[in-house]
Design a protein around this ligand. Structure first.
Ligand SMILES: Nc1ncnc2c1ncn2[C@@H]1O[C@H](COP(=O)(O)OP(=O)(O)OP(=O)(O)O)[C@@H](O)[C@H]1O
Ligand SMILES: [Mg+2]
Length: 314
């Protein structure tokens, strides 16, 4: 086991719990997705793993050793890509890599060779002598990732590495994580509030909400939790809140929501409610009716009663 957090409690300034009996684990070579809305405790969990924050109760074990943040040998085996950029804008990308490489004890030809490898990995070899101030947001993110990879860590932690960047860079980073995962024993923790990213890259997923893991498992495990639920989508030309409330109040309806002009109605398996839905809609013009396969978003919705989409909880 690479990471093992047991029953971890963390309070900031004796106030609300940021981590509330958190259990979390990562095995060798695994990509673990940590999915949760803003303020769920993702960054705090990561800070406790790398020893940047002390915990109030519970235990944190990294590489089988109890970790308190002071163990430099443990720190050298971890590569942390922070949520905030930590690169120097007035040094070239190359100089940034040189600086971080030295920080991790690399020197001379070994460092130069490693910088070449990493530049390729992050797809910046042609722009490596430019200053990041001339980079796009996505390129800066990639450099930020590169700086954490130089010392070939056994555990790479990426805290929301795709927030606020262009789709092309986002895909690049996702593909890059997949490649890294395939070719090595490196374990990766990837936090995000983008469900589709976690679905695409994680071997196992932990869903965190209010400092607590509310579900964990493979994507299939998680979706199996809500299998059986039936999802009906009805697109109309003019939706109404009142109709939505009527759907919600129906006996067989577990949940109903409205996005743009499509109602999403979750019902128990085996009950025929379409007729009742259509009656409720009355004269409203129906554009489309279809069934939907449940996804991770529906798992989250069922577990928390909240919607998690692009960081918005509604
Ligand atoms: N330094 C701090 N002092 C006080 N409270 C904090 C501090 N850092 C985080 N918190 C609180 O702890 C909780 C968890 O925050 P955290 O940053 O871990 O969430 P997150 O899941 O990383 O959110 P985001 O998706 O916005 O990055 C929040 O309620 C936050 O306000
Ligand atoms: Mg965070």
């Amino acid at each position: 086991m690479i990471v093992q957090l047991n029953d971890v409690i963390k309070r900031y300034q004796q106030k609300r719990l940021a981590l509330d009996h958190l259990d979390f684990d990562v095995n060798k070579g695994e990509v673990v997705g940590l999915l949760g809305p803003n303020g769920a405790g993702k960054t705090t969990a990561i800070k406790t793993i790398v020893g940047l924050e002390d915990i109030d109760e519970g235990s944190v074990k990294i590489f089988g050793q109890t970790h308190n943040g002071k163990n430099q040998a443990v720190k050298k085996r971890i590569g942390l890509v922070t949520q905030e950029l930590t690169i120097y804008e007035d040094l070239s990308a190359y100089e940034n890599l040189l600086f971080f490489g030295k920080l991790y004890g690399l020197r001379g030809d070994a460092l130069k060779k490693r910088i070449e490898e990493v530049s390729k990995l992050i797809g910046l070899e042609e722009r490596i002598h430019d200053k990041p101030s001339r980079y796009s947001g996505g390129m800066k993110r990639r450099l930020n990732i590169g700086c954490a990879l130089l010392h070939e860590p056994e555990l790479i932690i990426m805290d929301e590495p795709t927030v606020g960047i262009d789709p092309q860079s986002r895909n690049y980073i996702l593909e890059f994580v997949k490649t890294l995962a395939k070719d090595s024993d490196t374990a990766i923790i990837y936090t995000s509030h983008y469900i589709e990213e976690v679905e695409a890259i994680a071997d196992r997923i932990f869903i965190i909400d209010e400092g607590h893991i509310i579900a964990k498992g493979t994507l299939d495990d998680l979706i199996a939790k809500i299998k059986g639920d039936h999802h009906t989508m009805i697109s109309v030309d003019i939706p109404s809140k009142k109709t939505l409330e009527t759907f919600k109040a129906m006996d067989d309806v577990k949940d109903a929501s409205l996005k743009d002009s499509t109602y999403h109605i979750v019902t128990l398996p085996g009950v025929n409610v379409l007729d009742a839905f259509l009656k409720t809609l009355g004269d409203t013009k129906i554009l489309q009716v279809y069934d939907k396969q449940p996804n991770l978003e529906d798992v989250f919705l069922m577990l928390t009663g909240k919607r998690l989409r692009d960081g918005e909880v509604t």
